[in-house]
Design a protein around this ligand. Structure first.
Ligand code: G2I
Length: 672
């Protein structure tokens, strides 16, 4: 929301004499009691919401030392060989799951998660599969293998390694030659993920590989490009497994960066087969810390329990010696398992199903971000946030407002508990300049490798920056339109042209805007022409009650589905701000109501619980925490989070001087 001021339905509360409002900040995040160190790997990892797992061999479950360590220390298991193709479908159509069932039964009886390993892999593949030369036959064989195996274990598997080691070693970044690659071509990986999602929609679906831990390696980059392509096109992938078979020097220095960069694509990351030659304590600790510093690093699996259980037993690479004694690396791991809280947001939603529920409920943080006035910025409110999670950090852009006008601010932080202490960079000190700038929207425009900041200046404007973390890198404002499109002039009445929003599919980019007069507009250009060429402006949605379709629209792609989500801010019968929602199948398509009424809102004070007394009754202009950060504006289908502006309910006075603060909603009725 923006300047200039205007009365809404909240005349009574907003137009009274200005009262200097003191905002009672309720329950700001942080300040949690220090956790007590647990005495086992699994319990310690659980303190930050992560699992700590091991590879398990069915044949060793009868070994008392082995199973005692397994049951005591680990909260997840991966069958080391028992779910592989040569163990499960030795001849075509004839499936055996006996050994795998033993492991799954042992784990589920003890509440341990199971990682399914692995469905499509060039190794440990029976000869009859490798001998297939006909694509139609092989495709149906692969689909049948995946579907049969996933159906057998349905509901029991936390995450599947759907495709394993599909990329070649060395500097080529090419796919590895295999019967799958050679006969089916690149599309086999995507097909495997789609088949897996249909067979067990409740399991996370991972791509798993080794030598992808060093960020600059060609193999890492190639896998990253594939995952980015998958997430941008809605191919169902939820996680990437980094096997992490390390030499004695441990993980590469860039490992944390690699994990963070993959996580920023909107997938979980997992360390799936960790072992380190000679098991140096610091190398293990470094690996664990890399995971602990990335919120979406869901857990760590070591590839075996005792050195004698290891596939590289000559290198003594594990946490227990052959007799089952803890090695030095064990203590280092236990200590390093502190780490920031894990958040896993991956969608596990079948592409065909309705991805979002028809009702929503939320819990809110207290006010997390407040203005930080300085000598030259006298600021009353911080508003209209846009946010992306990129490179291990949340990057927030927002309007800063006072009676003298609007400009923009930027802050970044790695965890919401640090949001309040982040430095505020005022963008009027950059080439963006002073004067009226408000309601920013940020995204990475992948085709040009540039960040875009879209905002309103009276026109729809934008700046670009090659580095989102450099506030001084933004270019001077440029306009998307030469002037206000005619259709807006004809319909705006006494409203204001506000809240520009860009989203692209693979062919076109769309620019949405509102007029505070009941109309949502949409213009269009091609991905190739963007940011130029926005034409064909149409009314995308309208309401004869302008307060019911007021402003602050967000449009998102829902990950793993064919749905788009539209949110529009409305002013309720009580004068308070809230959001209505609609879905649609294409960006230029027509909308169907989702949670679109005051009694069934997307987000309104009535479906939000607050920490200790509602610090706001308005749920106003904000941004979803996205699954990625590019121009497709992809959001997860589950566990939604929404950064919004709220306000002390007792505040009143000049609209531009109201003390808006930013808080975070977290969905509480997610079904996945
Ligand atoms: O190679 C290390 C790992 C790399 N990533 C994928 C993992 O699945 C892989 O695990 C290893 C197992 O730890 C070994 O136990 O995969 C090997 C096969 O590539 C496994 O070795 C096999 C032997 O080659 C077979 O001769 C043996 O029958 O283990 C089998 C069962 O003991």
């Amino acid at each position: 929301m923006k300047c200039p001021p205007r009365p809404g339905r909240r005349l009574a509360s907003l137009l009274g004499a200005f009262v200097a409002a003191t905002l009672a900040v309720a329950g700001t995040a942080g300040a949690q009691p220090a956790p007590v160190q647990a005495s086992t790997l699994g319990a310690q990892a659980a303190q930050s919401g992560r699992y700590f797992g091991t590879a398990v061999a069915a044949g060793k479950l009868g070994d008392g030392t082995y199973s005692a360590l397994l049951d005591r220390e680990f909260t997840a298991v991966t069958p080391e060989n028992e779910m592989k193709w040569d163990a499960t479908e030795r001849s075509r159509g004839s499936f055996t799951f006996t050994a795998a069932d033993r492991i799954v039964g042992h784990a589920t009886a003890r509440g341990q998660r199971v990682r399914g390993h692995t469905l499509v892999w060039h190794s440990q593949l029976p000869g009859w599969v490798g001998a297939i030369t006909d694509a139609t036959t092989l495709r149906s064989v692969v689909r049948n293998h995946i579907t049969t195996e996933l159906s057998h274990f349905k509901g029991k598997i936390y995450a599947w390694d759907v495709v394993n080691e599909a990329f070649a070693d060395g500097g080529s970044g090419a796919r590895r030659a295999s019967v799958f690659q050679n006969v089916l071509g690149d599309g086999y990986i995507e097909d495997a993920f789609r088949t897996a999602r249909s067979a067990d929609p409740s399991a996370k679906l991972c791509y798993n590989d080794y030598n992808i831990e060093n960020w600059s390696d060609a193999k890492t980059q190639a896998v990253y490009r594939m995952v980015r392509d998958f997430t941008s096109r809605g191919v169902p992938i939820d996680c990437v497994g980094f096997q992490s078979h390390f030499g004695s020097s441990g993980p590469p220095a860039s490992f944390r960066t690699t994990l963070a960069n993959f996580a920023a694509l909107g997938v979980d990351v997992q360390i799936t087969e960790l072992d380190i030659a000679q098991a140096p304590a610091t190398a293990y600790a470094d690996t664990v810390k890399a995971c602990g510093s990335v919120a979406r690093c869901a857990g760590i699996t070591v590839w075996g329990i005792r050195d004698s259980d290891s596939w590289r037993s000559g290198e003594n690479p594990l946490l227990f010696d052959g007799a089952g004694n803890k090695k030095a690396a064990y203590g280092a791991v236990l200590t390093a398992l502190g780490g920031t809280a894990a958040t896993t947001r991956a969608a596990t939603t079948p592409a065909s199903a309705a991805a979002l529920p028809a009702r929503f409920s939320w819990s809110s943080s207290g006010a997390l971000i407040s203005p930080k006035p300085d000598a030259t910025h006298n600021i009353a409110g911080i508003k209209d946030p846009s946010v992306v999670y990129y490179n291990g950090k949340y990057h927030v852009f927002a309007s800063v407002a006072s009676a003298s006008g609007y400009n923009l601010v930027y802050l970044s932080f790695s965890d919401w508990s640090q949001a309040g202490s982040a430095t505020h960079h005022y963008l009027d000190r950059t080439a963006i300049g002073s004067g009226y700038r408000a309601a920013p929207q940020v995204f990475y425009y992948a085709p040009q490798k540039l960040w875009y900041l879209v905002y309103q200046t009276g026109n729809a404007s934008y700046s670009t920056n090659p580095d989102i973390s450099n506030p001084n890198g933004w270019s001077a404002p440029r306009n998307f339109y030469s002037s206000m499109p005619d259709i807006i002039k004809q319909n705006i009445g006494s409203g204001y042209w506000v809240d520009m929003w860009v989203i692209c599919d693979s062919a076109n980019c769309y620019l949405f805007s509102s007029d505070d007069n009941g109309h949502l507009y949409r213009s269009q250009t091609t991905v190739g022409q963007f940011p130029n060429g926005f034409t064909n402006t149409v009314i995308a949605a309208q309401d004869s009650d302008k307060y019911a379709l007021f402003e602050a629209s967000n449009v998102y792609k829902v990950q793993g589905s064919n749905q788009y989500l539209l949110l529009v801010e409305a002013i309720g019968s009580d004068g308070r701000r809230y959001f209505r929602s609609w879905t649609f199948g294409s960006l230029a398509g027509s909308w169907s109501p989702l949670a679109a009424s005051e009694s069934n809102p997307f987000a309104r004070a009535s479906n939000v619980s607050f920490p200790s007394g509602a610090w706001t009754k308005d749920i106003s202009h904000g941004e979803m925490i996205r699954a990625g950060y590019d121009q497709t504006l992809t959001i997860p289908a589950c566990k939604l989070q929404y950064l919004y502006q709220g306000l002390n309910p007792n505040a009143s006075g000049d609209y531009n001087s109201l003390p808006w603060r930013l808080g975070l909603l977290t969905q509480t009725n997610s079904t996945c």
